[in-house]
Ligand binder design. Structure first.
Ligand code: NAD
Ligand code: LMR
Length: 339
């Protein structure tokens, strides 16, 4: 007994929680844009994830420092940092999951679509390399405008002959994280127990939280639901304004990105009933891409859930978002086919 107490005392709680992983398969996760605002925190959070065996960090500059720093954390993942174009292939080879937060963030007064001209090119080049070096990887697209960058990626993969719609995800988890936080606060509920589906896309009115399907149900007035909806839709702008020119959400996004990547890894590993909202190729509306609840499995998307019953207010929101989302999707597809 004494010996087992001593050996238990040997390991800190931290080590017990995060370092052990004997039963988990080898998984390589690559972050493109790893030295950026999101990239650095996301690199740290993925290093803490026991499902990751190799963490590959790529950026145009600064990655060796981030990789050296993160690599000292005493958890399972082996960390490798790559900088410069010439190393991108090595960074990507053998990846199970590729997370893409590469690109410029908004400044006050800008919409996400204002980032299109710069980020569309960055994302399409990176996706060409994903198609070449890890065509079977799951891709988690964070770079904005997500409503267009996901269609861009799909066209790039189609042209390369590697497109698998089940493996391409626009990361909308931050919208869910925000909706949960704002709803729980207003309803006086413990936030950890709250869930709220968020559907549509990831920009302004295309972000549609379904508070009528929130769990647990709180008795909130229509005015409060409208205000919560608006705050969720403007959550990104709230942070952009508060950062006053120094970028957009990075810390909450890294948290959301880590949550979503963890769900993808769990799905790959065969954990049952992993369900998250994500922006994917979809037939639940007439639009070719749409965010809704999806079940994640060994091949990526296993099932896409329909929208369920909507309140009148949500139905109006759905009707109103379609034109903008459609045009963002078409803009992405057109760009990819011209480049
Ligand atoms: P940032 O400027 O801090 O970091 C971006 C990083 O990308 C930089 O380190 C830069 O060197 C790198 N980069 C640029 N071009 C690259 C390339 N070709 N290859 C590899 N790396 C490259 O920006 P950030 O705050 O981390 O935001 C990144 C993106 O994520 C932005 O487009 C932002 O709008 C988006 N974002 C999305 C969500 C979401 O919910 N999906 C949330 C927050 C931010
Ligand atoms: C967010 O929702 O925080 C991101 O899309 C970044 C932004 O520009 O708002």
């Amino acid at each position: 007994i004494l010996r087992s107490v001593q050996s238990a005392a040997h390991k800190s709680n931290y080590t017990r929680n995060y370092a052990s992983s004997a039963a988990n398969p080898e998984r390589k996760v690559t972050i493109l844009g790893a030295a950026g605002g999101i990239g650095q925190s996301l690199s740290m959070l993925m290093k803490l994830n026991p499902l990751v065996s190799t963490l590959s960090l790529y950026d145009l500059a600064g990655t060796p420092g981030v990789a050296a720093d993160v690599s000292h954390i005493n958890t399972r993942a082996e960390v490798v940092g790559y900088a410069e174009d010439s190393q991108l292939g090595k960074a990507l080879e053998g990846s199970d999951v590729v997370i893409i937060p590469a690109g410029v963030p908004r400044k006050p007064g800008m919409t996400r679509d204002d980032l299109f001209n710069i980020n569309a090119g960055i994302v399409s080049n990176l996706c060409k390399s994903v198609a070449k070096y890890c065509p079977n990887a799951i891709v988690n697209m964070i770079s904005n405008p997500v409503n267009s960058t996901v269609p861009i990626a799909s066209e790039i993969f189609k042209k390369a002959g590697t497109y698998d719609p089940k493996k391409l995800f626009g990361v909308t988890t931050l919208d869910v994280v925000r909706a949960r936080t704002f709803y729980a606060t207003k309803a006086g509920l413990p936030v950890a127990e709250v869930n709220v589906p968020v559907v549509g896309g990831h920009a302004g009115i295309t972000i549609l939280p379904l508070f009528s399907q929130a769990y647990p149900q709180a008795n909130l007035s229509e005015d409060i639901i409208e205000a919560l909806t608006k705050r969720t839709q403007d959550g990104g702008t709230e942070v952009v304004l508060a950062k006053a020119g120094k970028g957009s959400a990075t810390l909450s996004m890294a948290y959301a990105g880590a949550l979503f990547a963890d769900a993808c890894l769990k799905g790959l590993n065969g954990v049952p009933d992993v369900v998250e909202c994500s922006y994917v190729a979809s037939t639940i509306t007439e639009l070719p891409f749409f965010a809704s609840k999806v079940r994640l499995g060994k091949d990526g998307v296993e099932e896409i859930f329909g929208l369920g019953p909507l309140s009148e207010f949500e139905q109006k929101g759905l009707d109103n978002l379609k034109a903008e989302l459609k045009s963002s999707i078409e803009k992405g597809i057109e760009f990819a086919n011209k480049n």
